[in-house]
Design a protein around this ligand. Structure first.
Ligand code: DOR
Length: 455
């Protein structure tokens, strides 16, 4: 099937592209990008000179006369987004989400690739389960799924899981996400072993002895709400320990859902020291704070690590701008309504995020002028793929046609009607975010387009 995506602003800093252009798609691949030399967004660095050559090369007049033309004027086209931190809950917790509904949510959010966390039931801690995740993702066919294997058997923090077997089966990283690894010796071994397959250990940085039964950020808000506090130090002491273990082992560590200003400072220093330490922030830790939790005790705002103080969120935003934070990932964590409908202490941690991620980033960082679309591509496409050693996803001739089409003039109302996820526990519930994902293309076919998911 041939398509010409016409007239959008096409942005991909990986190939120096930011210009109004037509994208020619055939047999699942981009065959040419024809830059509109008169286009308003035609920016420096775009390959305007190659435009007519490219048009010739694809035979615009002949073969391309009968194609689907998609009018994308006013839209922004980016490479398909990649979320390196999602929970799809299959196997075992399909009442929250499954690989089909999670894939739908991903497509709706502009994502063409995701990395799934291992805290399913049973835990993904062996090669067979890694293979099954990949197969099921392919059967569904809405998003490419790259499973993350557990670091420890059953996520119990006692004994290393079969890391080699999982790496060979296709695990792109290892993580006990949902739990911090309490035993420093085990973490040292994990960092050491993962080097063999050039995989990162993705840390859920939480020292249980420091955190105790904390459920919200420790400080004025935990006191006001009468809830047990989860102090910033519960995160910082583990990041500090693990940075030192990276120094010792020469391993690679990626800090998941970093939430505190001092935690970011530790990552900044580790990077300056040349250690292989990277970090991600979630839209909820960037754009929501502990102050959003009121005496209504909104359990959809209960996440682990907890929403922090305004100064922490601002430090995260600064670190996204200056490059200390490499990646924006959602920690898409679906939970059923009956599970969240409990006392704050007893409700599970987690909120969904795939469908609001790009609109939230647009509303919170792009529109206010703090980052440009080029940085969005680094944070939500290029860096996560690089960290997981996946092939780059670029907008260039020959590449798979994996694209995200965003409409900056649209809006994203966050309510049940607009969510494809099986669960509705969004922290942005009831808000209307700016901009909307208009469509998502995976290997030349729209997996999502104008309100409808392909399957
Ligand atoms: O809020 C969270 N929910 N944080 C985690 O680390 C795990 C996740 C989940 O699996 O629900």
């Amino acid at each position: 099937m041939r398509k010409i995506l016409q007239g959008a602003r096409v942005v991909d800093p990986q190939v120096g592209l930011d210009a109004v252009a037509d994208i020619y798609v055939r047999d699942g691949r981009i065959v040419a990008i024809v830059v509109d030399v008169d286009g308003p967004a035609n920016a420096e660095g775009s390959d305007a000179a190659g435009a007519s050559d490219a048009a010739d090369a694809v035979g615009v007049v002949g073969e391309w006369a009968e194609v689907e033309r998609v009018d994308l004027r006013g839209k922004v086209v980016l490479p398909g987004l990649f979320d390196m931190h999602v929970h799809f809950r299959e196997p075992g917790q399909e009442h929250k989400e499954d690989i089909l509904t999670g894939s739908r949510a991903a497509a709706r959010g502009g994502f063409t690739g995701v990395a799934t966390m291992a805290n399913t039931t049973p835990v993904v801690d062996n090669g067979k389960l890694i293979e099954r995740q990949i197969e099921r993702g392919e059967e569904v066919g809405l998003v490419d799924i790259f499973p993350i294997g557990a670091v420890t058997k059953g996520l119990e923090g006692k004994e290393l899981a079969e890391m080699g077997e999982m790496a060979e089966a296709g695990a792109v990283a290892f993580s006990d996400d949902g739990h911090g690894i309490q035993h420093g010796g085990l973490m040292r071994l994990a960092l050491d072993y993962a080097k063999v397959w050039d995989r990162p250990i993705i840390t859920h940085s939480q020292d249980d002895a420091v955190v105790g039964s904390g459920v919200v950020n420790e400080g004025v808000v935990s006191t006001r709400l009468g809830l047990a506090g989860w102090p910033a130090q519960g995160e910082v002491v583990q990041i500090l320990r693990d940075v030192e273990l990276v120094r010792l082992t020469g391993g690679r560590m990626h800090v998941a859902h970093i939430s505190t200003a001092p935690g970011v400072e530790v990552v900044r220093e580790a990077k300056a020291a040349g250690l292989d330490v990277t970090a991600e922030a979630t839209p909820h830790h960037l754009f929501l704070t502990e102050d959003d939790i009121t005496t209504e005790y909104e359990t959809y705002l209960k996440v682990n690590p907890p929403l922090r103080a305004h100064a922490d969120a601002e430090a995260l935003a600064q670190a996204v701008v200056d490059g200390t934070i490499d990646v924006i990932a959602t920690d898409h964590a679906p939970h059923a309504a009956h599970e969240k409908d409990l006392e704050f202490e007893n409700a599970p941690f987690g909120m969904i995020g795939l469908e609001t991620s790009l609109p939230a980033v647009f509303t919170g960082l792009v529109q206010p002028g703090r980052i440009g679309w080029d940085r969005v591509v680094e944070l939500m496409v290029a860096r996560p793929r690089e960290i997981l050693r996946l092939a780059p996803q670029k907008i260039e001739a020959g590449a798979e046609a994996n694209l995200c089409v965003f409409d900056p003039e649209g809006t994203t109302p966050v309510d049940r009607e607009h969510l494809a996820s099986k669960s509705a526990n969004s922290g942005f519930w009831g808000r209307v975010l700016h901009g909307e994902v208009w469509g998502t293309m995976l290997r030349g076919e729209f997996t999502y387009r104008e309100g409808a998911v392909a399957k």
